[in-house]
Write a protein that binds this ligand. Structure first.
Ligand code: ADP
Ligand code: MG
Length: 256
């Protein structure tokens, strides 16, 4: 099996240090994500076996800014976890950067998860014993060990971009909920991912703070050209997205 340094896509090579597409098509429409008839079943082989995703097809390109909406229990988190390589589909194929993920070994999956995908959760999962800056630097420390000066400076710059200038050396407990979520967003962007996934990132924030978080996603989408897929319950927020993908009972029923 080839390693991450030789990943090829139909559109060209992927930069091995970032796993980002290294070439941009003339029209900039580069595929970041494709789902081909994805299904997911739980409790396979048991009396409680249940299929919760029923053959989903979807495609995201660089610069896409999309909301994933749908009733509670419709499969949004299951789908996001599959896209983020935190879970595997039961059948069908998930392509990331044009690469079929089913044939990847654990090392390749970990490499893509660590380099090409940023994930923001409803509950930010910051490490309480670390400062804001140390939390932001985490993805790089996991991949490459002690951060060098350039990495630390990038972490500081990201914290400034999310409006946390002057908070870098505070513990999460010293920050508000909205500020903590901003730290989590800076952390997700630290590796300059090609795809940013967020599962109800504003679910426990007030609407003004939530709007600010969406503005940030939009800003990074424009600045880094990363595709963004956000699960949200809030129509006022999904209405600000360019695409709205509607999932009902494990099926995509419409896209506006
Ligand atoms: P959403 O995020 O849209 O609320 P989920 O993806 O969390 O939906 O859940 C989709 C369906 O899958 C639900 O019916 C849920 O009960 C079921 N489900 C989720 N995780 C599991 C699991 N680990 N085992 C069995 N069923 C699960
Ligand atoms: Mg969910």
């Amino acid at each position: 099996m080839s390693d991450a340094s030789s990943i090829r896509t139909p559109g060209g090579n992927i930069d091995p240090t970032t796993l980002r597409p290294s070439t941009t098509g003339s029209n900039g429409h580069e595929e970041v994500l494709r789902l081909d008839k994805i299904t997911k079943s739980y409790n396979i082989g048991k009396p409680t076996e249940v299929e919760v995703l029923h053959g989903l097809n979807m495609r995201l390109e660089r610069h896409d800014f999309a909301a994933l909406i749908g009733p509670s229990g419709s499969g949004k988190s299951t789908l996001l976890n599959i896209i983020g390589l935190l879970d595997t589909p039961t059948s069908g194929e998930l392509y990331l950067m044009g690469q079929p993920t089913s044939v990847m070994d654990d090392a390749q999956r970990t490499a893509i998860r660590g380099s090409a995908i940023g994930f923001v959760f409803q509950f930010h999962h910051l490490i309480q014993a670390f400062t804001a800056l140390e939390n932001v630097l985490m993805p790089v420390m996991v991949a490459r060990g002690k951060p060098d000066r350039e990495t630390r400076e990038r972490g500081m710059a990201l914290l400034a971009q999310v409006g946390l200038d002057g908070h870098a050396h505070k513990q999460p407990s010293e920050l508000s909920g909205g500020q903590q979520q901003r730290v989590a967003i800076a952390r997700a962007l630290m590796t300059r991912p090609a795809l940013l996934l967020a599962d109800e990132p504003t679910g426990n924030l007030d609407s003004k703070t939530a709007g600010g978080i969406f503005d940030l996603f939009r800003q990074f989408n424009a600045e880094f050209g990363c595709a963004v897929l956000i699960v949200t319950h809030d129509p006022r927020l999904s209405d600000t997205c360019d695409r709205v993908i509607n999932l009902v009972d494990g099926q995509i029923v419409s896209e506006d």
